[in-house]
Design a protein around this ligand. Structure first.
Ligand SMILES: Cc1cc2nc3c(=O)[nH]c(=O)nc-3n(C[C@H](O)[C@H](O)[C@H](O)COP(=O)(O)O)c2cc1C
Length: 206
């Protein structure tokens, strides 16, 4: 089996982490780097990752995350937040992201126009914009989880949290919001059997 497929079998949503076992720093850095190098719509990289290490902060967050033990017991806790304001069309950030491709300025202007048209029905609504940036985070999240699994590192993606509560605890900057959380660490026991729909239930050919 390929290393990738082995990782898909290894990965499960780890509920109980070994609180004593730490991910080596350079290994964790490489997991973060997989998130950093993930693709995003128009290459806007709207994700801003916060690694929570302070025990007191972990404790506070746990209460806003349905009291899930993974929050305090995992080795590394990553909060995927998004910077929604800087990705608005016409912003200097957006121009810079297109300019870094080394394009002539009229081509950058064209990109800016296409981007503006694309984003118009999204950025007119704060929730739609947050959802669009959050979608990018899930790509980074998936890559990081599967890469971690190739290293026999466990993960638990977490959406079970009170969004306003977590945002208040983290005192996020204006225009930033939380997308998803992921715990990284090591399992204490064997994973339960993987339950999935059958291929014919989810795939159709036309
Ligand atoms: C976006 C997302 C959010 C999730 N949130 C939670 C969560 O808050 N707590 C939890 O224990 N599991 C959470 N899970 C794990 C799922 O319940 C789990 O992935 C699913 O039941 C399939 O099981 P498996 O990942 O072990 O194969 C989440 C999974 C995803 C993809």
């Amino acid at each position: 089996m390929s290393e990738f497929l082995e990782a898909m079998v290894f990965r499960h949503a780890c509920k109980v982490f070994d609180a004593e076992k730490q991910i080596p720093a350079e290994i964790f850095e490489s997991i973060l780097d997989v998130g950093r190098t993930s693709p995003s719509s128009f290459g806007m990289e709207p994700w801003r990752l916060i690694v929570i290490r302070k025990p007191a902060l972990r404790k506070a967050l746990k209460s806003a995350c349905w009291n899930q033990n993974q929050i305090t017991e995992c080795s590394e806790l990553v909060i995927f937040t998004t910077d929604n304001d800087t990705v608005r069309s016409g912003s200097p950030y957006v121009r810079k992201m297109f300019e870094r491709r080394g394009l002539p300025s009229d081509a950058v202007d064209t990109y800016m126009g296409v981007y503006k048209n694309y984003l118009a029905p999204i950025e007119c609504d704060e929730v739609l914009l947050e959802n669009w940036t959050a979608k990018q985070c899930y790509i980074a999240l998936a890559n990081m989880m599967t890469y971690a699994a190739t290293l026999k590192i466990d993960t638990c993606p977490i959406e079970g949290f009170d969004k306003e509560g977590v945002e208040a605890i983290l005192d996020l900057e204006y225009g930033h919001s939380i997308a998803v959380i992921c715990a990284f660490g090591y399992r204490t026991k064997a994973q339960s059997e993987q339950k999935r729909l059958e291929m014919k239930q989810i795939v159709e050919y036309r």
